[in-house]
Each structure stands twice: as C-alpha cells, then as structure tokens.
Design a protein around this ligand. Structure first.
Ligand code: SF4
Length: 412
C-alpha cells in the first residue's frame, strides 16, 4: 500500500509573535544532590553575586535587539539554588530587568527556594524585591528519604519554609518526588497527603529517575520497581484530585486559577529568553524560530558568555511543539499549532493519525489532547512526531526522552 507523502516545508511564516517570558539561571547550590543532572555547581566560598547579576543584565542587553517592542509576561529565577542569593541581589536583578524590558502588569515572577537556605525575613525580602511566586524544593517530608536523596534540609525545615513562604506569598509551589530509594506505597501516600494539606495552591510531583552524569547513575540506589512507581503515581493523582488540585500537566497540579503561567508558556510553545550559565531560550521572528544557549560553567559564563544561536529547522518544529503541548492534560486548541510554529496543520497529520489509531491521543474540531494512555506513555506518543518518522514503530524512544529533558523547564 502506498504511504501518504509527509509534508516537509522548508520555511515558516508566523502571523503573530507569541508571549515572551524570561528564565534566569543561578547555578550554585550548597551541595550537589546525587540524583541531580541540572546545571548546578557546589558553592565554594563566597558567591560572586554582584558580578553575576551584572553579567546577567549584560546578557539580557544582548537579547534586546531580537525582542524589540515586546513585553515580558513572566520571569522565572531558577537554578541551582536562587535563594542562596540575597534579597538585595534579587532586587538589583529585577530592577535591572525592568529597566531594560517592560513587564506586563501583574507579571508572574517566581523564585526557586531550598528549605535549607531560607527563613521568614529572607522571604519578605524577596517579596519586597518584586518576587510574587515561590517554588520550594521539598522533595519529601520523610527524613529517611531526604537523607537518601542527599538533601541539605530536614522535613521540619521544609515545613517551616512552607509556613514562612505562605506568610509572605499567596502563590507558592511545592516540588515533591516519589519512587524514592526504599520508599513504599504507604510512605509515598503519606508524603503526598502532607503536601496536599500544606496549603500551597500549586504542587509539582516528579518520579525520581536515574540520569546520566549523576552519582546515582554511577551507583544506583534501590528504587521501587516500575509497577510500584506507577502505583505511586496513581496515588499522587488520586490524593491531589480529592484535595481539589487540578492535574493540568504531566507533573503539575494547581488549585483553580493558580496554574504556573511561566511554565504554561513553555508548554504552549511561547517564547522565552534564557540568561545565566547554561540557560537556553527560544525566540520567534516572522520567518524563523531560533534557540539560544549560554556557556554552562559559571566561571566561563562570567568571563565571556559564549552564545550559541541557531534557527530551528522547520522539519523539527512539529516534534518540538508536540513535545511541549502534549504534556498538557487538556491538550491544545487546533489553531495554536500554526500560530506558534508558522507551519501548515497538514505537517502534523501523519503523527495525529497514528496517535489516534494507537489510542494515545484524541481530537475534535477544536482540540487535540493526549488520552490517559497517551499521558502514561508520553514518550511513545511523542516519538510519532520525530523528524523523519515514517510511521515504522521505533525500537526505542531515547530521542524523545532526551528531547523532553532538553525542552522541559526543569532541565536547567
Ligand atoms: S536538585 Fe536542586 S538543590 Fe539539589 S543539586 Fe540539583 S539544583 Fe541543587
């Protein structure tokens, strides 16, 4: 039987530019966690806060010609451990950002905090600097799990950090992990129940995975079996649903009206500037979509900020778009694809048909969304949109998995 030709346009045409966000990377931590493959570096002595903030602003200035006339819809200060920086440094950073690029009124400004590095006064300082959302890396409320993860804080410190954050901010997220070394289903249930009752309007729950170039990769701890981890995921979803959190993205849960706007912009294939060591970004123009990336090593970034810029090849765009948009539980409006990629809808057709046949996605005239099965087997679903995918079943989906990590906002 003859296979239908897959359309491969060689250029894009965008009628309107998407919203623009800013990601700021602060690359230092007190100690490197053994599971972490983010661009984070153990602090050695005093942090060069002033020099780094100056470099970040210089970095931002370099981006200005490509985003002239646009406004920032959100800012996310991630890491690493941004809460290691003083409120004064964060104030200097945000004032400098505002002086260079206008922020939309009410723009969401998030800062990531480690419970081992914050207290009430520091949270108030961040709020006074303009931060209006805090994301706390709790990971577990069980001291045995925290020790196994090499975290620098105790469960009690995590509880205190949440209370202090909620005293200063309306909008707080907790990051939690499951599938931890030696964790039972009951332990995972206790963790998620405590997280759900902590009173934060947003929760992110990730399964621990072993990543290359980490201490856990070289010496793997005893992790729960695949089926046990899948059961934990079900428990996480059930507990959060009962506590009125809406599951809106693979790992994200929010009370009504409290979805993370910055991350939604990634998942809806919006634009974002990335500044800081190892930060990457995406900027659209009427005739092309580009990606940029900075030097990973903080010392090198401080010296020269080597920039890598490249236009995304149009053939890669269907996959890049779906990699983000199919993480959304409610999917995306059909028109968003052409709006954000500048490609005709027909370029998705082949993958959509196969996804539907395999029960991985569903669509009507208005919306395309992953089915429950598609959410569980997201990598298989995404592999259908890889460039050059001819419809033959792939023997592995490492390409998709790798790309998910590259594109995920958490891949810092
Ligand atoms: S997990 Fe967070 S705190 Fe731990 S090393 Fe990575 S960025 Fe730092």
């Amino acid at each position: 039987m003859k296979t239908a030709e897959i359309e491969r346009p060689d250029r894009v045409r965008l009628k309107a530019l998407p919203p623009l966000a800013l990601y700021v990377h602060i690359p230092w931590c007190v100690r490197k966690c053994p599971y972490c493959d983010f661009n984070s570096h153990e602090r050695a002595g005093e942090l060069p806060e002033k020099a780094y903030v100056e470099k970040l602003l210089l970095d931002l200035e370099g981006h200005l010609p490509s985003v002239w006339g646009r406004r920032l819809s959100s800012v996310f200060i991630g890491g690493g451990t941004p809460s290691l920086f003083s409120p004064e440094s964060i104030d200097a950073l945000l004032s400098g950002v505002r002086a260079r690029l206008p922020l939309e009124p009410g723009a969401e400004i998030t800062l990531e905090a480690n419970p081992g590095t914050v207290e009430a006064g520091r949270f108030r300082g961040f709020r006074d600097a303009g931060v209006n959302r805090i994301s706390i890396g709790v990971q577990s409320f069980d001291d045995r799990m925290l020790a196994a993860l090499g975290r620098i804080h105790s469960a009690e410190e995590a509880r205190r950090a949440i209370a202090a954050a909620l005293a200063a901010f309306d909008n707080v997220n907790i990051d939690l992990m499951y599938g931890l070394p030696g964790q039972s289903l009951d332990m995972a249930r206790a963790d998620i129940r405590e997280a759900a009752s902590a009173g934060t309007p947003h929760l992110s729950a990730y399964q621990l995975t072993l990543e290359p170039n980490t201490a856990f990769w070289s010496k793997p701890p005893p992790l729960p079996e695949h089926d046990a981890a899948a059961d934990m995921q079900v428990v996480v979803e059930e507990v959060l649903e009962k506590s009125s959190y809406q599951h809106y993205e693979t790992s994200a849960f929010a009370k009504s009206g409290m979805r993370c706007r910055h991350n939604l912009n990634y998942w809806q294939f919006g634009d974002y500037l990335g500044i800081g060591a190892g930060a990457h970004g995406k900027v659209s123009f009427p005739d092309r979509i580009t990606r940029h990336e900075r030097a990973k090593q903080p010392a090198m970034y401080l010296q020269e900020a080597a920039v890598e810029n490249r236009a995304i090849v149009p053939a890669e765009l269907p996959f890049e778009f779906m990699l983000n948009a199919l993480r959304l539980v409610e999917g995306f409006p059909v028109g968003l694809y052409t709006e954000r990629t500048g490609l005709p809808f027909t370029t998705l057709q082949h993958g959509l048909e196969r996804g539907e046949k395999q029960g991985l996605l569903t669509r009507d005239l208005k919306t395309i969304r992953p089915t429950e099965r598609g959410q569980r087997f997201l990598n298989e679903l995404l592999a259908l949109f890889l460039p050059g995918e001819t419809g033959a079943r792939r023997s592995d989906d490492r390409g998709a998995a790798r790309a998910i990590r590259i594109s995920s906002p958490a891949a810092k």
